[in-house]
Design a protein around this ligand. Sequence first.
Ligand code: 9MG
Length: 282
Amino acid sequence: MTRINKLTCGARTLDLSAPVVMGILNVTPDSFSDGGRFTERDAALRQAEQMLADGAAIIDVGGESTRPGAAAVSEQEELGRVVPIVEALTTELDALVSVDTSTAAVIRESAAAGAGLINDVRALRRPGALEAAASSGLPVCLMHMQGEPGNMQNNPIYEDVTTEVVDFLRERVAACEAVGISRERLLVDPGFGFAKNMTHNLVLMNEMAALRALELPVLIGVSRKSLFGKVLGREVHERLPGSLAAAVMCVERGAMIVRAHDVKETVDVVRFAHAVRMSHKE
Ligand code: 9MG
């Protein structure tokens, strides 16, 4: 199997010779304490600066909440939230920015503003998204999800969750290749917490090494997810230990990018898990 060690992300390069952490920067109205675009921009810059100092290799900017039941956002609103922040992070912090979006116009305008990666929880299934991603020239992370964030937790059903996730991702990789997005530009993500109950998430995590069959870098997101509420009975603010344990298990099973809120702690556990994986008898 050929391992991809470097990803060209627009003007920047992402080194994937060891696993890295992607810091989460939500720019939804409830993400910062007070309103007003100037304050939001400033707060976003400060938060991103801290995540970079803590060791994040990528900052993932999202303007549409993907939580179950979250309100839909218009294209104009998403553009207004995301694009100025992408521009600020790339020009003022020289950051490698990924954009968490499914919207064709946001993909296009974020790429023009300097984004380096598209992170799509809908795996480019919205109208125009495949074509927008193709013409952006950027790498794309394709995530597995059944349904939409609004209805995805309404009794998701799988016969074999891992096989179905791998088959879905294989089909989306083929759809990308059909519009000219080469495999060198693709990453895959099993979509923990998206249309999966507690057992689906646990089984998928245990069997995650099956994604290696796709021969593409794997990104995962587990940070503070409701899985830790279900398995451990923890509230959102108490989920760091569970999130770190899951990050380690995913790196052991081959994940190369870990999406996280708590960057400093996640960088440490990812580095340690990688050191163990790479160790050999002298
Ligand atoms: C935006 N977003 C929220 N959770 C995510 C996850 O698990 N993976 C990816 N790629 N994006 C996510």
